[in-house]
Design a protein. Structure first.
Length: 400
């Protein structure tokens, strides 16, 4: 076996950088991902019969209900009594299954169940900064969250039982006031789909929809992130403020040629000009914005906990293990890159050019083969070791 510490990452075995779109093409019933993006994405709904093999969507209701009762998992319970809706935030005790009209929604199921993580992987040829999570709902007959719209694209995949989706391109998105959840006031459906296990319904952002369980059913939603631009811009400005010492000088205002003003209470024009000049020095360049976005969007969501190994291998054993088995990012890890930086879970890594190349490929595919791991330089190997001890990456290319 080659000494992992002595070789440059440049010599790592070459591999296609971008994850293959083949898995998503299969889900799209054979439509190429490029065609889907050009003709359907953000534009119109798409229903595909038998898009996913139901065997891949194998999470038992009891396992999901257990996640709903776990305080480390984000979940909601929606119930309807006549025209009254109620919303409870998890952990939630499961209502009797014999009762009608309730649904449990478990957010981030991909963090807790390998089958959900594997499904999300099929979407990884799309920008990782846009992928959110797999939410799984369990509903008894009559259960649903009411007619509503989401602000993001969503792929609704039926895993169990039957759900009737009614959808509408209506422009009236006004909501019933004073309800604990967002329910459209005037929902008038235009199309109806009966989804059975394996069927998929894609909906663009702000498309009105209402899914009602016709029997005990489970629906998996692959959702996309659509961060509020104003919030990102504000967060960027806050970052600028934190780093303002690097960006603007410490010079103080001076007015050597001061003339006695006619209105001493007026703000001096020279002072306005001096501050304007200073503000213009703030660099809002694209590279800085991109680096900020990589750090900010790779931050773990609140409540995400990484499972650090209870008995981590020593460094030498770790190198041996990864050069035999490869590595993969743990399901909760978010890794993004820009032309200048690579960020993981909100932290950017100061990489050399060749390390950066290796890490970008790793971020795109979220795994690295044994061969690729056998060729690491010392700095990179140490960094991966830290990530392993933090629970950010796992040994082995695929979940066991
Ligand atoms: C559900 O699974 O019940 C709701 C999913 C959605 O409408 O986005
Ligand atoms: Co929805």
């Amino acid at each position: 076996m080659s000494d992992p510490k002595t070789q440059s990452p440049d010599s790592a075995g070459s591999k296609a950088a971008a994850p293959s779109p083949a898995a998503l093409k299969r889900i799209l019933g054979g439509m190429s991902v490029d065609r889907f993006l050009a003709d359907v994405w953000h534009r119109e709904p798409l229903f595909i019969k038998g898009a996913v093999d139901p065997a891949r969507l194998a999470i038992e209701p009891d396992a999901l209900l257990a996640l709903g009762a776990d305080d480390r998992v984000e979940s909601r319970l929606v119930q309807k009594r006549g025209e009254r809706w109620s919303l409870g935030h998890g952990p939630v005790p499961t209502p009797p299954r014999a009762r009608r009209d309730w649904t449990l929604l478990v957010q981030g199921a991909n963090l807790h169940h390998p089958a959900a993580d594997a499904l999300l992987d099929d979407f990884r040829c799309l920008p990782h900064a846009r992928l959110d999570d797999v939410m799984i709902s369990y509903a008894v007959e009559g259960g649903g969250v009411g007619p509503h719209f989401d602000s993001y694209d969503v792929f609704l995949i039926q895993a169990r039982g039957t759900r009737r989706w009614r959808i509408s391109a209506q422009k009236d998105l006004s909501l019933v006031p004073d309800l604990p959840l967002k329910i459209l006031s005037n929902f008038e459906y235009e199309q109806e789909f009966i989804c059975e296990p394996g069927d998929l319904l894609y909906l663009p952002p702000r498309y009105a929809h209402d899914g009602v369980a016709l029997d005990e059913c489970m629906t998996w939603s692959v959702g996309f992130r659509a961060p509020a631009l104003g919030e990102l811009a504000l967060a960027f400005l806050e970052r600028c403020a934190e780093h303002s010492a690097d960006m603007v000088n410490e010079e103080r205002y001076a007015d050597p040629g001061l003339k006695r003003p006619r209105h001493p209470a007026a703000v001096p024009e020279g002072m306005v000009e001096a501050v304007e000049t200073e503000l213009r020095k703030l660099r809002f360049d694209r590279a800085r914005i991109a680096d900020f976005l990589a750090e900010c969007l790779s931050e773990p969501k609140p409540g995400v906990v990484f499972d650090a190994p209870a008995k981590p291998l020593g460094f030498a054993k770790f190198l041996q293990a990864i050069s035999r088995n490869g590595i993969r990012l743990s399901p909760a890890s978010l890794m993004l890159h820009t032309p200048r930086e690579v960020s993981i879970n909100g932290e950017s890594f100061d990489a050399t050019e060749s390390e950066g190349r290796w890490l970008r490929q790793f971020a795109d595919s979220r795994h690295a083969s044994a061969d690729e791991c056998a060729m690491l330089g010392e700095n990179l190997a140490e960094c991966l070791y830290d990530w392993y001890r933090a629970g950010w990456l796992l040994i082995g290319q695929a979940a066991a």
